[in-house]
Design a protein around this ligand. Structure first.
Ligand SMILES: C[S@@+](CC[C@H](N)C(=O)[O-])C[C@H]1O[C@@H](n2cnc3c(N)ncnc32)[C@H](O)[C@@H]1O
Length: 250
């Protein structure tokens, strides 16, 4: 068992197949265009699929991720040479005060515990220029999506470059308040043809609108906008995803 859910080079190869990017990537690319972002940093960039697609003439794009396997994969992708790749977490972001846009996509922000989140927001604020934008998405606690993360609901088998793969996820611990905010710990099981089960444990922090807004404001962000989807939907009880953008006040 490992606590780096992205630490297996074989399984990382499957990440882009499972997460090809869609309306989420379109949203972030459109945001970069809308604010005419020249300097972009993608925190928790993973395999870099979105990061590489942000490259454009006159733009500097940086991808930061603490997983060696994810970043190694990112470095091999088409167009990777146009991106600066940095191994690390938010602590690796220099306080340059010149970035136009910082992204944290694929719910990567949910890996950060409350202290790490606050510290990361401060690091990001110090790296953005006044008026620069931070954008990310995070699962909405009210939807309690983790309730469906059971072996019964998720188990399946598929053909992969490794041969047949049987996989499922299973919640092993929750510590949530009445609003569904807090931490969910789950195991991802990956059983290959030889019968070995590669188990990866993830810890995800669910936060609501108030918690996210308070943390952003405390780090010096203003104009916090939180939508209930990629098309500006209002947040409601059935909202599954919070789409967040905030402006660094300077
Ligand atoms: C679900 S993946 C998302 C990857 C990519 N952003 C995407 O949209 O496909 C989560 C990523 O967050 C990274 N991660 C985990 N802990 C992190 C931390 N403390 N700071 C930054 N990134 C982290 C993981 O290594 C992983 O690459």
């Amino acid at each position: 068992m490992t606590h780096d859910p992205y630490g297996d080079a074989d399984l990382v190869e499957l990440y882009d197949i499972d997460n090809p990017g869609g309306v989420d990537h379109e949203f972030y690319r459109a945001l970069a265009d809308e604010i005419d972002a020249r300097r972009i940093l993608d925190l928790g960039c993973g395999t870099g699929l979105l990061t590489r697609s942000l490259v454009a003439p006159g733009r500097e794009v940086t991808g930061v991720d603490p997983s060696t396997t994810m970043l190694d994969h990112a470095r091999r992708g088409p167009g990777a040479e146009a991106v600066t790749w940095v191994l690390g977490d938010a602590d690796a972001i220099a306080p340059t005060a010149d970035l136009d846009l910082v992204l944290c996509t694929g719910n990567a922000i949910m890996h950060l515990d409350p202290d790490a989140l606050q510290a990361a927001f401060r690091r990001v604020a110090a790296a953005l220029r006044p008026g620069g934008v931070l954008a990310f998405e995070t699962r909405h606690p009210a939807a309690a999506e983790w309730r469906t993360w059971t072996r019964e609901a998720t188990e399946g088998t598929r053909e992969t470059h490794l041969g047949p793969l049987r996989e499922w996820i299973e919640v092993i611990r929750t510590d949530l308040d009445a609003a569904g905010e807090g931490v969910v710990v789950f195991d991802a099981h990956n059983v290959l043809a030889d019968g070995t089960d590669r188990v990866f444990t993830s810890e995800l922090w669910f936060r609501g609108v108030g918690t996210v807004s308070t943390a952003l404001t405390a780090a010096g962000f203003e104009d916090v906008r939180i939508d209930g989807g990629w098309s500006g939907e209002p947040v409601g009880d059935n909202t599954r995803l919070l789409v967040v953008r905030a402006v660094h006040g300077g």
